[in-house]
Design a protein. Structure first.
Length: 303
């Protein structure tokens, strides 16, 4: 468990003191019900990070609590998710991945705020959480553009699997921003009166930014569908080419099949059966038929 005193700077403290405090702890530590004088009666409302499934915010009588689940994972493959609880003087963040601790340390180094307060601190925490998301969405768009170029050039190996992966990722980011936007709306409403007017204005700005990111994620989802349709169109074109070749071959050999069937009847009285030049004549007729068929198809621009 890590404790910070909230002020113009974030200062590490050994125990929960009077004033405004930030508490960072894990799900295991939270499940052991630590005794903190500044959090008597409200700490139990903090959700466990390991139980988080969606982004949500719930206003209770004495606090505002909820969870945040991001589409990101740590280098070890652990999902980045938080449980949080806010009061007028305390911020509690439950995190098992270590991501929250890294973000808070960065906030302490950058000294982003002039005024102290849990609302401003939590706003800066959420802002830092989505700080590089637009860059990540642009990288996904670049990947889709490269895949589109590959599809147009006929390189379709592994194409469908990559598009499906990006489509699922874009859908996950869209759900994330949609849910986080609801969280920002709940914070902006300030039902408990924990936040100042300036802090509610900041949450309104956060809501607008999340709306823009959600729109970007929606555009990515639509782009994925367009690229997938391109893939399907290229597959259809390839199949049409194969069917065209098979149709041409079938059309050419159909008259030859007729000749083979005609002269394969072996009826008595067929003059070609005993004619000295019967076999060469059939060969010549077959070559002539193939040549005429190819000439007609070329003239009709069948290929």
């Amino acid at each position: 468990m890590v404790l910070y005193q909230i002020g113009p700077e974030l200062s590490l403290v050994d125990h929960c003191t009077e004033g405004q405090v930030l508490v960072l702890l894990t799900s295991q530590e939270l499940s052991q019900h630590p005794e903190l004088k500044c959090l008597e009666g409200v700490l139990q409302h903090t959700p466990l990070a390991r139980d988080a499934r969606v982004c949500k915010a719930e206003a209770r009588r004495d606090c505002l609590c909820g969870t945040i689940v991001t589409p990101r994972y740590t280098k070890e493959g652990e999902r980045i998710a938080f449980g949080y609880m806010l009061t007028a003087s305390v911020v509690v963040i439950c995190d098992d991945s270590g991501a929250a601790y890294a973000l808070i340390k960065r906030l302490g180094r950058e000294k982003r705020w002039q005024e102290n307060g849990p609302g401003r601190l939590f706003y800066e925490f959420l802002e830092l959480l989505i700080y590089r998301d637009l860059h990540h969405l642009e990288e996904m768009e670049d990947q889709l553009a490269q895949m589109e170029d590959r599809g147009l050039s006929g390189e379709l190996d592994g194409f469908n699997a990559q598009v499906s992966r990006l489509r699922k990722e874009a859908a996950a980011w869209f759900r994330y921003y949609d849910q986080l936007d609801d969280v920002a709306c709940e914070l902006e409403e300030n039902e408990n009166g924990f936040f100042s007017t300036n802090e509610t204005r900041l949450f309104h700005m956060l809501e607008k930014r999340l709306g823009r990111l959600r729109n970007e994620a929606q555009l990515l989802r639509e782009y994925c569908l367009q690229v997938r349709e391109l893939f399907q169109a290229e597959i259809d074109i390839r199949q049409n080419r194969i069917m065209k070749i098979l149709t041409i071959v079938t059309t050419i050999f159909l008259p030859l099949s007729l000749l083979a069937g005609w002269y394969g009847m072996n009826f008595t009285g067929m003059p070609e059966l005993t004619w000295k030049y019967g076999y060469p004549t059939v060969i010549a007729v077959s070559i002539l038929v193939v040549t005429v068929c190819l000439w007609i198809m070329k003239k009709k621009k069948f290929w």
